[in-house]
Write a protein that binds this ligand. Structure first.
Ligand SMILES: [Zn+2]
Length: 224
């Protein structure tokens, strides 16, 4: 089995403390808050003279619906003076985390979660095929029109950049199915980009419209 490169970084975040929320947010279920730390060890390789070391942590998610383990690596990136150091969080396992939002239909979230599972196992072709299926399902869910996927994409997406992203998701899905139109093997660093594109799609099609109408109704319900 092909293993995704160890230095692949999907989630990184800067924070001023080892106790930042990002460190404690479970990458499996996205639940913030305290997690049980099973083991930890300082990373002296990234130490700065002013104090804090980086850290390796093995954590257990205490959300009863999840209960999975994850492994984070906090690196000190920049020393900012006497107050604090800037930390970067690297989820080393799982490499990718799922996105869960109430505005995304459950069948689509499930497909996406399966794609992420494949990615975490290093199954690059399987995850690329799953990302393409996610795209197809979004088109169906949004009542797209057209006879093929490019036409469907065209009918539901306005942004030129997002259309280009979805064309890539579609083409990598085709490539992963061993179509002979391409002479290319998918590389470990390609698939996280597809994941990022799908997240843009979710944002554009579900999450942003949801948050927009949420905030609009907050204002109109509180008009004097
Ligand atoms: Zn969890």
């Amino acid at each position: 089995m092909e293993i995704v490169k160890k230095d692949l970084i999907i989630r990184k975040n800067t924070s001023d403390s080892l106790m930042s929320t990002e460190f404690r947010t479970c990458p499996h279920c996205n639940m913030p808050g305290s997690k049980e730390i099973l083991n930890e060890k300082p990373d002296t390789g990234s130490a700065f003279s002013l104090g804090e070391n980086g850290i390796y942590k093995i954590c257990h998610c205490d959300n009863p619906q999840c209960g999975k383990n994850f492994f984070v690596h906090g690196k000190v990136k920049v020393s900012t003076g006497y107050v604090s150091n800037i930390m970067e969080t690297y989820f080393e396992y799982p490499i990718a985390k799922t996105i869960i939002h109430k505005s995304i239909p459950p069948n689509i979230s499930d497909l996406y979660a399966e794609a992420i599972k494949c990615l975490n196992l290093g199954a690059l072709n399987a995850s690329s095929i799953m990302f393409r299926r996610v795209l197809e399902q979004v088109c169906d869910n949004k009542n797209s029109t057209g006879d093929n996927l490019p036409e469907k994409i065209e009918s539901i997406i306005e942004s030129t950049t997002l259309k280009r992203m979805m064309t890539l998701v579609k083409n990598f899905g085709v490539l992963a199915n061993h179509d002979d139109r391409y002479d290319y093997e998918i590389e470990p660093n390609d698939v996280p980009k597809l994941q990022e594109f799908i997240e843009h799609l979710f944002q554009e099609v579900y999450i942003t419209p949801h948050n927009l109408s949420d905030l609009e109704s907050t204002l109109s319900n509180n008009k004097k």
